[in-house]
Design a protein around this ligand. Structure first.
Ligand code: SF4
Ligand code: SF4
Ligand code: SF4
Length: 380
């Protein structure tokens, strides 16, 4: 008989980790010290459990409860979950954004709008160095936001910073840009009423078909006879991975070939875009240098309207072809993910199935009892 996994380690080892960083933020300090980290030469794109014996004492396995690859709500495999209130094509009006952002620069422009309009005081973004090692950063500086612009397509532990800001930033003052698995983890955190979610004011989602480990991209670059230091931009378009280099070259690699070594995490991921976001930004169905923009909530609508009225963003309604193309991709992604998830949960039932703690007082009571103070949860 198989035994249940005691932490996210088996999940990570089997490739069911998209390195969202949520478990790093949530791993409780009441087991002595934070037991998950990612600062490791060897494992640049996955969390590391420092001391497994501490996990035996932890008992609540919070890392597993909030993991977006273990705890995937069933409704996300249904196309009905992917409704939006408005759909546009959009493009930044800021030349400094357009010169360095991906496609139309919409996500960067919306972040800048959120800060300038006072809808948030801080943004969480992913910055990268010349070697494309990426790191989350909390900032209120537009130059940082600009520097962080552009898709990376490499797993980055965005949510790991939530822990360090939870106690120093006021309720609802942070704008966050994330891919669907990161926002799914944030939703799992919210369902368990952890304070980490309370700082978030605006969620800007990015469309995602799949992510890659840094190692995988490195091996592709080797095949193309270049290195990370040569690359200034990575993009996915027309069935290819595109690498723009410092010396002005544009090299491509077949996506189908790159996808052969996708992590199971991405193969079982149903979300093309996040139903939990206020806005989703992508490039599917958009023409060159424009974005696809889906408004999901009234808060998202307010942000887009502010961006337009402040002269920062231009939009035009999405045509029927665009809507049908987005729907086609939603069908494809949910369908493939459902097939794979069913396969994986049969094979790895002991690792991928966990009953989440019910929303309510029970977990708070447990933690209060264990820690002597209610550190983790927000009030009912
Ligand atoms: S089981 Fe507990 S201590 Fe171990 S990694 Fe998960 S949350 Fe941290
Ligand atoms: S997907 Fe996120 S929460 Fe799950 S193991 Fe990976 S980093 Fe942790
Ligand atoms: S496909 Fe899903 S799991 Fe993979 S990187 Fe994208 S959002 Fe994350």
């Amino acid at each position: 008989m198989s035994t249940k996994a005691s932490n996210v380690l088996s999940n990570i080892d089997l490739g069911f980790c998209s390195f969202c960083g949520a478990c790093i933020a949530i791993c409780p300090t009441h087991v002595g010290s934070k037991n998950l980290d990612y600062i490791s030469e060897k494992y640049a794109d996955r969390p590391v459990v420092k001391d497994s014996t501490k996990c035996e004492k932890c008992r609540h396995t919070l890392c597993m409860q909030i993991c977006p690859q273990i705890n995937i709500p069933k409704n996300l495999f249904s196309v009905d979950s992917y409704s939006y209130i408005e759909a546009y094509y959009s493009k930044s009006r800021l030349p400094k954004v357009l010169s360095r952002a991906q496609d139309g620069g919409t996500a960067t422009t919306l972040l800048i709008t959120a800060l300038r309009a006072g809808l948030a005081d801080y943004a969480i973004v992913i910055k990268r160095d010349d070697e494309w090692h990426s790191k989350p950063m909390v900032t209120r500086n537009e130059d940082d936001i600009l520097e962080a612009s552009g898709s990376k397509y490499i797993f980055s532990p965005l949510l790991s910073v939530l822990d360090e800001i939870t106690d120093r930033i006021d309720f609802g003052r942070v704008a966050i840009v994330g891919i669907p698995c990161q926002l799914r983890a944030l939703e799992n955190i919210a369902m368990l009423r952890f304070k980490h979610n309370d700082v978030v004011a605006v969620k800007i989602g990015l469309f995602c078909m799949h992510g890659f480990s840094r190692d995988r991209i490195e091996s592709i670059l080797k095949e193309l006879n270049i290195s990370f230091r040569d690359v200034v931009k990575i993009n996915i378009k027309k069935g290819k991975l595109w690498f723009a280099t410092k010396d002005g070259k544009l090299l491509d690699y077949p996506l189908k070939k790159a996808e052969k070594v996708l992590r199971p995490a991405c193969r079982q991921c149903p979300e093309l875009f996040s139903p939990y976001a206020d806005i989703n930004v992508g490039s599917i169905a958009a023409e060159e240098n424009w974005n696809t923009l889906l408004v999901m909530t009234p808060k998202g609508k307010e942000l887009v309207e502010k961006a337009i009225s402040m002269g920062l963003l231009e939009t035009r309604p999405m045509d029927i072809n665009g809507i049908e193309t987005v729907n086609k991709y939603v069908h494809r992604k949910t369908g493939e993910a459902l097939k794979n998830r069913e396969l994986y949960t049969k094979e790895f039932h002991n690792i991928l199935i966990i009953t989440p703690t019910k929303r309510g007082k029970s977990l708070n009571d447990i933690l209060e009892h264990k820690t002597g103070k209610s550190l983790y949860l927000s009030p009912l």
